[in-house]
Design a protein around this ligand. Structure first.
Ligand code: NAP
Length: 428
């Protein structure tokens, strides 16, 4: 049994979701809020076959909080405000719909909910620092950072590669296409790799800049804050080479930025649970630096979802063809084509809610009891046709080897140095 945290009632989570105005980001906000309407948040519990767990526990820390704040961090503030309005309406309808279920379980009360929109452009360092400054002035702590926003710089299709991939790996061509041509070498107004900054480094800056807010949350609640990194099925180690850490030369900056999330996630979490489970490598032991004041990192991916991420097929006839293709994939048994952003959001919301033992070092807390929390796993959103969506825990295909660990620590060093340089010039 997981011991109860010291002050469950006083937790009052403050949740930051980037790219929350549409797509999966919006789905995450809605899905997270819907969990509050139910007696116990179903997404907190793993369901391997898509069905609801037979018995939901009567209690979860989320059901005992007094207030929940969701910060929708959006590049376009008008789009963010429209999204907020829609979100609040949908949530209010859910509250009414689920009132009976809650009262049956003897839980009438709902936490107070505050949904806030704030401008954030991850591709501009000063915007990230301004956002962090506002966050520190406004909230005493942050409980969750969901690194969701991204750009996909797809500009065309390489027909030769299409043929090769469909011939060599037909199934993979539908979930992780390697034939998309991407814009490369683009820099931001800060002079950094643009895709790298928007997808990965902007989030890394947020994570570093929230250190004190995470730590304040741990102190008041006795629980670790969480950083949820939104990856993809398609990211592979070969998409990232250490000598191109800003992803300016790679053919696939999008996948590279997603693989970097995986590296960083593993770097900061390696050993959290594994150190108690086994003693696989000396380095795992050395990097194991668990402390509740540090956030817990989780890696998720939403499956293939019909959103506006891919500019090649986000509108008109191309979007209709894509929707039809996604449906056909589901019809032929794919569980990776979650299609709907709300379904795609389940892995992120699971990562936000799954119980993390308050003190990982306590005897009996093993990786087998907490599969979602192991390092080098990706939590994947899955959905079969006519079934409820669910979360699968998959070991990342590549081993967390010494070379990947070195790649990760090199990347963290580069990012920390750059973060400090940018911070100093911003503070001047
Ligand atoms: N869709 C899929 O099939 C799929 C598959 C695997 C992984 N994912 C991942 O899921 C996440 C969400 O993608 P999605 O499909 O929901 O895409 P989406 O509909 O295009 O949403 C992307 C969001 O990111 C925001 N954004 C982009 N650049 C930004 C910046 N510089 N600063 C702040 N916000 C920025 C966008 O804001 P604007 O509205 O202002 O552009 C938008 O809100 C991404 O991390 C993506 O890599 C998606």
């Amino acid at each position: 049994m997981t011991p109860e945290p010291k002050t469950a009632v006083g937790i009052n989570p403050v949740v930051v979701v980037t790219g929350a105005n549409r797509g999966v980001g919006y789905g995450i906000c809605l899905r997270f809020l819907r969990q509050l309407c139910l007696p116990a948040p179903p997404d907190a519990f793993l369901k391997s076959d898509g069905g609801a767990p037979k018995e939901l526990p009567n209690s979860h820390w989320l059901t005992r909080v007094g207030k929940v704040t969701i910060v929708m961090a959006c590049r376009d503030i008008d789009a963010g405000s429209r999204a907020r309005e829609k979100l609040v309406k949908q949530f209010e309808a859910d509250v009414v719909r689920h009132a009976r279920a809650r009262s049956k379980m003897g839980r009438d009360g709902m936490p107070e909910v505050d949904v806030v929109v704030r401008e954030l452009n991850l591709g501009i360092a000063s915007s990230v620092f301004e956002f962090l400054g506002w966050l520190r002035q406004t909230y005493p702590h942050v409980s969750h950072l969901v690194c969701n926003a991204a750009v996909a710089p797809f500009i065309g299709v390489d027909n030769t590669r299409v043929m090769a991939q469909y011939r060599n790996n037909f199934a993979k061509a539908f979930i992780a296409p390697d034939y998309l041509i991407q814009r490369t070498g683009e820099t931001s107004q800060d002079g950094l790799g643009l895709v790298w900054q928007c997808n990965f480094f902007g989030h890394y800056m947020l994570f570093r800049g929230m250190h004190e807010l995470f730590s304040a949350f741990a102190q008041t609640s006795g629980r670790q804050a969480r950083v949820v990194w939104m990856s993809t099925l398609a990211s592979m180690p070969e998409d990232y080479s250490s000598d191109d850490w800003q992803l300016l030369r790679t053919r696939q900056p999008y996948e590279g930025s997603k693989y970097q999330m995986q590296l960083v996630r593993n770097h900061f979490s390696s050993g959290d649970l594994d150190q108690f489970e086994d003693s696989r490598s000396e380095t795992t032991q050395k990097t194991a630096s668990h402390s509740t004041s540090e956030p817990f990192h989780l890696l998720v991916q939403p499956g293939v979802v019909a959103t506006k991420l891919d500019p090649l097929n986000s509108s008109g006839a191309a979007a209709a063809v894509r929707s039809a293709t996604l449906f056909l994939c589901r019809l032929f048994g794919s569980t990776n084509h979650t299609t709907d952003p709300y379904k795609g959001a389940i892995s992120a919301v699971h990562a936000m809610l799954v119980d993390i033992p308050p003190v990982l070092s306590s005897a009996g807390d093993t990786a087998s009891m907490y599969p979602s929390l192991k390092s080098n796993v990706k939590l994947s959103s899955k959905s079969a046709l006519m079934r409820r969506e669910y979360v699968a825990v998959a070991e990342c295909s590549e081993e967390w080897s010494r070379s990947e660990m070195e790649k990760a620590s090199g990347l963290v060093e580069h990012c920390d140095e750059l973060y400090q340089t940018l911070l100093q010039s911003f503070s001047r």
